[in-house]
Design a protein around this ligand. Structure first.
Ligand code: NDP
Length: 316
């Protein structure tokens, strides 16, 4: 069995929240260890241009920004590691965490920055073409380029779906939007913007039954009108899913209080504290409202400062 590693601060996740927490924790001499998780760099690595992060006056690509944040965290000697934490035990004052390679870590403080992941419909055919890379995507900005001059279908009715449909409409000849209710959930302005675009067709009360294809690539979508039961087949080469996100918090659920949708609850609003002393949260794992790189970075800073104060209070 490998030796137990004892550290002051463990940061779980490598989006803007995790790296910002690392920069602050490292500069406070907490010698943080950061596990990058399944998607190093987080959701921003699947984004193209980021124009709203203060300080980048000409914009920056998501992947570039994450490389710079990682380098900044390493500059202050954060121990950045590939791999993920797949088990925790927060029953005692020392927080026990296990990495996927079996390593056991005992951390005085833990900062959870595990973010959120895109949701899928869960249809077998959707998952099949997702796994073949044959035309199912949850990120229009990442993958829209591959469908230039082609017809695509997008499912969802929130702000994300509207934003992505709008983005796709500039690249694709036709975008069919499948909305399961008879209304959008998106803000009025976003829904109106989509409704005005000539090559976006919106089908209300319409649900996806199956993603069609030849086994390797998508060729269409079978959908049903849930009012009339009329079935239709829509030819397309790309099927985009924009139905929201799920916070990556399953591993903590036995110890940390979550809300009904799985987001971590703040124990004390205005801080990063969870219900477990010494465990803090930052970024999208606790945020379903703002979900911005800059707010994630801000809460990463808060978590590191709260962790530092927790350690200082323990030592005195
Ligand atoms: P939302 O949770 O707001 O919307 C999800 C949408 O997906 C809903 O319309 C929902 O339908 C639909 N949906 C869920 N499950 C299914 C299913 N199985 N089949 C078909 N449709 C389904 O998620 P978003 O990602 O759009 O937005 C999340 C948050 O981020 C929101 O607060 C949003 O305002 C914000 N945001 C803001 C942006 C901006 O201002 N620029 C851009 C993007 C997001 P139903 O309505 O029927 O429940």
């Amino acid at each position: 069995m490998s030796e137990i590693e004892k550290i002051k601060c463990l940061i779980i996740g490598s989006g803007p929240a995790g790296y910002t927490a690392a920069i602050y924790a490292a500069r406070a001499d907490m010698k943080p260890v950061l596990y990058q998780g399944l998607q190093p760099g987080g959701q921003l690595t699947t984004t193209n241009e980021v124009e709203n992060f203060p300080g980048y006056k000409d914009g920056v690509t998501g992947p570039e920004m994450m490389v710079e944040l990682e380098a900044q965290a390493k500059r202050f000697e954060t121990d950045v590691r590939p791999g993920f934490i797949n088990k925790v035990d927060f029953n005692e004052e020392i927080h026990k965490c296990w990495a996927d390679n079996g390593k056991e870590i005992h951390a005085e403080t833990v900062i959870i920055s595990t973010g959120a992941s895109a949701k899928y419909l869960g249809l077998e055919s959707e998952q099949h073409y997702l796994s073949t890379g044959g035309g199912v995507s949850a990120c229009a900005v990442c993958d829209g380029f591959f469908y230039r001059g082609q017809e695509v279908v997008i499912v969802g009715a929130g702000d994300s779906a509207c934003e992505e449909a709008h983005y796709l409409s500039k690249l694709c000849t036709k975008v069919t939007m499948l909305v399961r209710k008879d209304v959008f959930r998106a803000s009025k302005i976003m829904a109106q913007r989509v409704a005005k675009v000539e090559n976006i067709e919106i089908l209300f009360n319409t649900e996806t039954e199956e993603v069609l294809g030849d086994g390797q690539v998508v060729t269409g979508v079978k959908a049903i009108n849930n009012k009339t039961n009329e079935k239709i087949e829509i030819p397309c080469t790309g099927f985009f899913v924009a139905i929201g996100h799920k916070p990556n918090t399953d591993v903590f659920k036995d110890f940390i209080h979550l809300d009904e949708t799985g987001y971590i609850k703040y124990e004390q609003p205005g801080t990063s504290k969870t219900n477990v002393a010494g465990v803090f949260v930052s970024g999208d794992a606790a945020d379903k409202n703002y979900r911005q790189a800059v707010t994630a970075a801000g809460t990463g800073c808060m978590a590191a400062l709260d962790a530092e104060r927790y350690l200082a209070a323990k030592e005195h």
